[in-house]
Write a protein that binds this ligand. Structure first.
Ligand SMILES: Cc1cc2nc3c(=O)[nH]c(=O)nc-3n(C[C@H](O)[C@H](O)[C@H](O)COP(=O)(O)OP(=O)(O)OC[C@H]3O[C@@H](n4cnc5c(N)ncnc54)[C@H](O)[C@@H]3O)c2cc1C
Ligand SMILES: NC(=O)c1ccc[n+]([C@@H]2O[C@H](COP(=O)([O-])OP(=O)(O)OC[C@H]3O[C@@H](n4cnc5c(N)ncnc54)[C@H](O)[C@@H]3O)[C@@H](O)[C@H]2O)c1
Length: 470
């Protein structure tokens, strides 16, 4: 029986474990914090739960336009919101734990590290250290490194859990910040800036680039900036934070953010969202002969192999695409490959992703930027939701659907949806991209009338009409 040891119990680790167990391997997952990993306990699941509460508050405000005037202020019960966030994370972690145990996976709590005596061995040794300090050696035919990543800390902006915070510390605050400065305008920064804005907090977003979400669709980012402006959220563009210091004390205390070039921003709290670093130190990688690449990430190929036979890596520690869905797929692929199953290499051009701002921004496939730069030839259409009957009924003035297809064949190669439920609406486009469906397939598919997804089939029709004229 193949002995598999998995370091880390996040989506990469636990999804891999499920596949390996289903294929009859003897699987041990070593996880130091809790089943589900950082994804479930401190990153993705807690943030999306918090965003669900902020979305409920936003719905109150948005109802006004529909003639519904909620009486009184939509106040936020912070202990309830934070309690719900933490409770749901723990419950989700318990679900993952019991699923793994049901499938026969041996899940142990502790820290894992390679301890091979010599390089180049066919099997590997992993030392597991329990929280009480006791350690044990496990022999493995295959090891999967799935140790995730940790918030990046700037030397002059060290989080203290009180005023200067990482996203993992915010749920311990007793009250909402009076004025939150969010530093870093990537997906994490944009999501928290949006959520706190919807919670009624004054927010300043410091972006080192010329716009929010520098790696996302520019038209989508422009919609988000418009929404921020409408709700009084300030975006400070082209500004890099060099230092965050605490000033004052007690209830009067706060932070001063120093910006490159001399400016400052004063606020009650700072949330650092300046990226993540992989958890690849202290793994004993040198004992198996793996040298991490730039930034400490472990290089893998498209079936999750590292440079060392029998050692695979998946998820955030590889830096491939830091998404739970990608981590899980990399983990599964690693196990299928290791256990000799036929496996297709991961296809990153078909990944669907969503930024959980208000409105949401969902993308799949080829980006507008790749088309504009001439890298990928495509025909494109962008339909504003303002022309969609259902959107009008719901009072949605912003948002759009974009669809991209191959010029000659009409095969759908990508799309963007900006809408309150973009994460759900992007699915038909993702299905089309994955299965190489054409705009005609979309165009001829019945969508419900009236529905936001009607804009997707309409986008297909508009691109098809163009096709016919070619
Ligand atoms: C705020 C935030 C929100 C996000 N929201 C989304 C989202 O909505 N959708 C999405 O797809 N992605 C989201 N992501 C990204 C997603 O959380 C990650 O891509 C995902 O967690 C990666 O999974 P993983 O298994 O690689 O690592 P992790 O989930 O980080 O799990 C790795 C685990 O390994 C453990 N570990 C580390 N070293 C050792 C060791 N030596 N021994 C034992 N255990 C060890 C860690 O403690 C951790 O528990 C979000 C990220 C952030 C920061
Ligand atoms: N909804 C989701 O799926 C979701 C949510 C959150 C994160 N993630 C993923 O996690 C990964 C990391 O995202 P992220 O946003 O945490 O990190 P990131 O590295 O993508 O963004 C961090 C941003 O902070 C900026 N920055 C760095 N130092 C700065 C400074 N001193 N002052 C001001 N700005 C500074 C960087 O230029 C960058 O734009 C991404 O791959 C993302 O897709 C996904």
């Amino acid at each position: 029986m193949t002995r598999i040891v998995i370091m880390g119990g996040g989506p990469a680790g636990y999804e891999a474990a499920l596949v390996a167990a289903q294929h009859g391997a003897e699987v041990t997952v070593i996880e130091r914090d809790g089943a589900g990993g950082a994804c479930v306990l401190s990153d993705c699941v807690p943030s999306k739960t918090f965003i669900a509460s902020s979305g409920a508050r936003a719905a109150f405000r948005d109802a006004d336009e529909l003639g519904i005037h909620p009486t009184g202020d939509a106040s936020v019960d912070v202990p309830v919101v934070h309690g719900r966030v933490k409770g749901l994370a723990l419950a989700q972690s318990a679900d993952v734990r019991s699923r793994l145990q049901r499938e026969g996976v041996n899940l142990i709590t502790g820290t894992a590290r390679f301890s091979d005596d010599n390089l180049g061995l066919a099997a590997h040794e992993v030392t597991f250290t329990a929280p009480d300090g006791k350690s044990e050696e496990l022999a493995a035919d295959v090891v999967l490194i799935a140790t995730g990543a940790t918030p990046r800390i700037l030397p002059d902006a060290r989080p203290d859990g009180e005023r200067i915070l990482t996203w993992r510390q915010i749920y311990d605050l007793a009250e909402l910040p009076e004025h939150l400065v969010v530093i870093g305008s990537g997906v994490t920064g944009a999501e928290f800036a949006s959520a706190y804005t919807e919670m009624g907090v004054k927010v300043t977003l410091v972006s080192s680039r010329d716009r929010v979400l520098p790696h996302e669709d520019a038209d989508a980012a422009a919609v988000l900036e418009e929404v921020f402006t409408e709700h009084g959220t300030t975006v400070v563009n082209n500004s890099r934070a060099t230092k965050v210091e605490r000033v004052g004390s007690g209830a009067d205390g706060g932070v001063v953010v120093h910006l490159q070039g001399g400016g400052t921003v004063e606020a009650s709290h700072a949330l650092m969202t300046v990226g993540s670093v992989p958890n690849t130190e202290d793994l004993g990688l040198e004992t198996v002969g793996i040298e991490p690449g730039p930034g400490g990430f472990i290089s893998v190929d498209r079936v999750s192999r590292t440079s060392v036979p029998g050692v695979y890596a998946a998820g955030d520690c590889t830096g491939v695409l830091m998404l739970a869905s990608v981590a899980a797929m990399q983990g599964r692929i690693a196990m299928w490959h290791a256990l000799g199953e036929g496996v297709a290499p991961i296809k990153l051009k078909t990944v669907a992703a969503n930024v959980f701002t208000h409105p949401e921004i969902a993308t799949v496939g080829i980006s507008q930027q790749a088309i504009d730069s001439g890298e990928v030839p495509a025909r494109t259409i962008m339909l504003p939701l303002a022309t969609n009957a259902r959107a009008k009924m719901q009072g949605l003035r912003r948002g759009f659907v974009k669809l991209f297809c191959r010029p000659a064949t009409g095969v759908v190669i990508g799309g963007v949806v900006v809408a309150p439920t973009a994460s759900e609406l992007v699915m038909p486009i993702a299905l089309a991209v994955q299965n190489q469906l054409t705009v005609e397939h979309l165009a001829l598919t019945f969508s419900v009338y009236p529905s936001l997804s009607g804009s997707i089939t309409e986008a297909g029709r508009q691109l098809m009409r163009h096709d016919d004229l070619d």
